[in-house]
Ligand binder design. Structure first.
Ligand SMILES: [Zn+2]
Length: 248
């Protein structure tokens, strides 16, 4: 029952996140009625129902017939999955706190994957919000998570500086240490090495996939490290505070 509630909430929030992550990097106003990207016709309320409208309209604008960007239903479904799993996994209140954190991470995943961009306006508030939400979710005591925010920031900032010193290039965005601080504030310091290793392995896997598809890997190939870190944090959030036993 709570899983259905989580899915429903997630569809609505996913729909908002799809608009936010689409308009924000383009410098467009986040509020305002939704329009067709191709012809500009204003969408009616019935055309804004998450996922369903896309299916009913068969993915095309009713006015001009242009294909509707699939990122919309994809982000809506991802939002629904995050809400359903987290409200199913936890009791109601911790579940809602975990879902808020989960949707927050989802927004960062989309922005970093599509634009290699982790806005300060999302990463910095995640630090105090993570400290507060983490209190309800229950991965670790407040003191552990405050320490983890410092450790997370310090580790990534040191890796970033080390890479720059060794190669003379910027290998990591400035947003990654701030994101890692937020993840630490949310989950505590014990999961941090696991999240970093997991993100690195996922990154190697993605690079391998690119190679298998015949794309050349160069030293400057940008991997969305922030999206991978946020993705790992989301996975841990879904496993729950006893993630260690679950993975054993
Ligand atoms: Zn149109």
């Amino acid at each position: 029952m709570t899983a259905a509630l989580g899915a429903l909430l997630g569809l609505i929030i996913g729909s908002f996140l799809a608009v936010l992550t689409g308009r924000w990097p383009a410098g467009q106003a986040i509020t305002g009625r939704s329009r067709c990207d191709a012809c500009g016709v204003q969408l009616r309320a019935l055309e804004l129902v998450p996922v369903l409208s896309f299916l009913v309209l068969r993915g095309r604008c009713r006015h001009c017939g242009a294909a509707i960007d699939r990122r919309h239903p994809a982000i809506e479904l991802a939002g629904a999955a995050v809400g359903a799993v987290l409200l199913w996994r936890y009791p109601l209140l911790p579940g809602l706190a975990a879902a808020i954190a989960g949707w927050w991470l989802l927004a960062l995943i989309v922005l970093d994957a599509e634009h290699q961009w982790l806005p300060d306006a999302l990463t910095l508030p995640l630090i105090p919000a993570g400290l507060a939400l983490g209190e309800v979710i229950g991965f670790a005591p407040l003191a552990d998570r405050a320490l983890a925010a410092l450790l997370g920031f310090g580790t990534l900032a040191a890796l970033r500086a080390g890479y720059r010193w060794r190669t003379g290039r910027e290998g990591m965005g400035g947003g990654d240490p701030k994101l890692m601080a937020g993840i630490g504030a949310l989950l505590g310091w014990i999961p941090l090495p696991f999240i970093l290793t997991g993100a690195a392995l996922l990154g190697l896997g993605l690079a391998g996939l690119d190679r298998a598809r015949g794309r050349a890997i160069t030293a400057t190939t940008a991997l969305p490290l922030g999206a991978l870190l946020a993705g790992m944090a989301l996975i841990l959030l879904m496993l729950g505070p006893d993630w260690g036993e679950r993975l054993r």
